[in-house]
Design a protein around this ligand. Structure first.
Ligand code: SF4
Length: 364
């Protein structure tokens, strides 16, 4: 897992928010994501954690271009042997080659520069699994048609037999019974529905899938089943996941690296083991304090966060965490900390990260 698949550079997403004053309407800018940079390797799972309202979903959707970023770059690195364009023919193929210089040439693709047909043709390379397996499936479509939808909508396949073969293959990989394909979603449990959602996301053999709180609505035993299924599918298909969740114990089970987001900014990014057992940012330490431990008597000094996550419309000056940080000093409210490397794979945004030792023994 050394080959970079996606590079995110200074990603920003801003939304205009209108508010009515006495005689006028004022427009303010909500910075939902404010300068996020990281990379995802092929076949890797990156966990993205943070409290509700921190901007996790917006990061995922901006990478997929479900939301247009306001600034920054998302670069998708393609390979010669992986650009599946068998479905593009004639004039469309010529246009595609001309505009993208992509079809037989490996290299970086600026997702922010794609639009219209080009974006539609690129879509099968990326996908999304939603949180709610109940509302994300059309109750009037059969499971076969639901799974086939991305192939048809993107124009990737039109031959019914080919589509059926691809749907059966991915359904089997997702441990769905083939007789389920004729049924409608109401006939299935939450776990089975999430398998259908995963099959739909993977049917186009994407390189990258965003799982947006994909196990949060499920029972704990079903969560473990789905996490194991995602891991197996990753081993078999080499797909990379951005796994968005607020439950750190689930994130730890599946992620190779974890990023922590606070009010639209990354505060820490590191390999899972390092982040969980030797975090360097007080916010990461506070989130970990809330994770149940195997031994409640173990020597551990948790932080209890007070107050609510700040409103991104009025984000605090300097370090955004200074209003809740128990270690804040005068410099913290005056100066924004740089996003910097502590070592080759551990990044943090805190003025005093080197001073903190939040390490805890593994198993706790
Ligand atoms: Fe806390 Fe200051 Fe570090 Fe921010 S920069 S996390 S306020 S110590």
């Amino acid at each position: 897992m050394t080959e970079t698949l996606i590079e995110v550079k200074n990603l920003q997403v801003r939304f205009p928010v209108r508010s009515k004053k006495l005689f006028r309407t004022e427009t303010t800018e909500l910075r939902a994501v404010d300068g996020v940079s990281f990379d995802i390797k092929r076949g890797e799972t990156v966990g993205l954690v943070g409290e509700s309202g921190s901007g996790k979903t917006t990061v995922g959707r901006a990478i997929l271009r479900a939301i247009d970023p306001s600034a920054g770059e998302v670069i998708f690195h393609t390979r010669n042997d992986e650009v599946d364009v068998a479905h593009i023919e004639g004039e469309e193929l010529r246009k595609f080659r001309q505009h993208m210089n992509l079809v037989f040439k490996a290299g970086p693709v600026q997702l922010s520069s794609l639009s219209g047909d080009m974006l539609r043709m690129f879509r099968p390379r990326m996908s999304l699994v939603f949180q709610d397996p109940y509302s994300s499936l059309n109750p009037r479509m059969t499971v076969r048609d639901i799974i086939a939808e991305p192939l048809v909508a993107s124009g990737m396949m039109s031959n019914r037999d080919e589509i059926d073969a691809r749907v059966r293959e991915i359904a089997a990989r997702c441990k769905l019974n083939l007789e389920h394909l004729r049924r409608f979603p109401h006939a299935f449990s939450g776990g089975q529905r999430q398998r259908i959602c995963i099959a739909r996301a993977l049917v186009s053999r994407p390189d990258f899938v965003v799982c947006d709180e994909s196990v949060s609505a499920l029972d704990v035993s079903i969560q473990a089943e789905i996490v194991n299924l995602l891991k197996d599918l990753q081993d078999e298909m080499g797909v990379a996941f951005l796994f968005i969740a607020h439950d750190l114990s689930v994130v730890a089970q599946i992620s190779h690296r974890v990023a922590v987001l606070y009010v639209g900014k990354f505060v820490e990014y590191a390999p899972t083991e390092k982040l969980f057992f030797a975090p360097r940012h007080p916010y990461t330490h506070a989130l970990l304090s809330a994770v149940p431990r195997a031994d409640p008597d173990a020597d551990f000094d948790p932080i209890k966060l007070t107050g609510e996550i700040p409103n991104p419309l009025a984000a605090p000056s300097g370090c955004r965490f200074h209003t809740r940080c128990p270690y804040a000093r005068p410099r913290c409210s005056a100066e924004e900390p740089d996003w910097r490397a502590l070592d080759e794979d551990h990044f943090v945004a805190c003025h005093f990260a080197e001073e903190f030792d939040f390490a805890r023994p593994s198993g706790h």
